[in-house]
Design a protein around this ligand. Sequence first.
Ligand SMILES: Cc1cc2nc3c(=O)[nH]c(=O)nc-3n(C[C@H](O)[C@H](O)[C@H](O)COP(=O)(O)OP(=O)(O)OC[C@H]3O[C@@H](n4cnc5c(N)ncnc54)[C@H](O)[C@@H]3O)c2cc1C
Ligand code: SF4
Ligand code: SF4
Ligand code: SF4
Length: 380
Amino acid sequence: MVQVFGHLMKEVASPGFCLACGACAASCPFGCLKMSDEGPKLMEKCRLCGICYDECPQVVDPKELRRQVFGTGVQDKPIGNFEQALSVEARHADIKARAQDGGAVTSILASLLDEGSIDGAVVMGIGESPWKPVPRVATTRKELIECAGTKYSRGPLFLGLRDAVDMYHLSHVALVGTPCQITAARRMQLSRHTNRRLGEAIKICVGLFCGGAFDYNFFVNVIGKHLRTPLEEVEKFDIKRGRFTIYRGQKPRRELALDEVKLYVYPPCKLCSDFSAELADISVGAVGSPLGRSTVLLRTKVGVEAFETAKKLGELDILELERVKPGIRTVEKVEGMKRIRAAKELEILGRQGRPLPVRLGGPPVPKEEPRESKTRIDRL
Ligand SMILES: Cc1cc2nc3c(=O)[nH]c(=O)nc-3n(C[C@H](O)[C@H](O)[C@H](O)COP(=O)(O)OP(=O)(O)OC[C@H]3O[C@@H](n4cnc5c(N)ncnc54)[C@H](O)[C@@H]3O)c2cc1C
Ligand code: SF4
Ligand code: SF4
Ligand code: SF4
């Protein structure tokens, strides 16, 4: 029994749950799918192999996936499994100058490249439209630094992974993404129907803490047009302590209350309860650390080893998270708040009789026998 693109449309795209991560389109072995800003579009006749469905982060049993990632070692902690919790800051000025917070992500990736443990990283850069995230394949320290900093919208990250494998011929890739993108990466690595070429190329998943992504129209219409702030001139956007700050030059140009801008968060983000990227090898965010430092959770053996590389190369100034303020309780608190928000949103959808995402208990569309399936999944 295989779930195919038609099911993905009915359960994810049509009810508005698509996160536009591009995992389905990147994985289709027949090149049937193309990504738009809203989600996947079928360009050719679907061959019913089921791969796109099995990569999607919105149709997964999160508990089962967690068990697959952490095996019997699943810990009962409020922010998921982790071995070490740290607060770090990049030692190198070139990274610090471009990074969002402490520059942990870029420093760790740079050290993995230096050591040869990876041959590239899939990160988010900016394309022709200012501040619109576009996936990039970075194979040098310079390219990693160019892509540092947070773009608070969403982009089809996995098209970057496909480029890394098919165009750059990389086989040891680090993937940086929001919690939903890390879920898709894990599906790619662990699902039964999957594009193995892509899944096997991912050697480390670096997850970002995530409170939600904004519709790109918010940047164009509200910040660009309404606030008359040309996006090309913005150097940084940041969210801290309930404020959304727009930096133009070194001085904060404008601050908006987070409550005012929440309206522009993508609707499916409101149903998302994973704040700290619980399935990543390493999770990184600002919450928990003092300004200018990154909170780092080392969750798996892969994550611990990668961090050791950065430590050995002297990339980072490192403190235990328990020795800094506000510390780990704040991460737990924010994760808890995100769960509550998601539960409330789910209740509203339920009351309105609207469909729910499958991972949150919505019924999958009844399974059908595929009419034809010629794909030898194991050989992809
Ligand atoms: C949409 C979004 C919401 C976030 N919300 C929070 C929050 O509420 N609280 C919190 O503590 N942290 C949040 N973060 C994470 C935070 O903004 C920083 O990314 C994190 O602290 C790492 O900082 P750094 O200095 O170590 O990273 P850097 O060294 O600056 O590297 C950042 C990395 O993130 C990648 N990246 C940037 N934008 C995106 C994107 N849209 N999708 C995927 N990858 C991207 C870059 O390519 C780069 O590799 C959010 C991130 C995103 C993308
Ligand atoms: S051929 Fe397979 S991966 Fe491609 S759209 Fe159809 S079911 Fe999805
Ligand atoms: S895999 Fe990603 S882009 Fe494709 S339907 Fe699912 S959420 Fe949307
Ligand atoms: S809130 Fe959840 S669904 Fe939205 S971008 Fe962040 S991790 Fe993805």
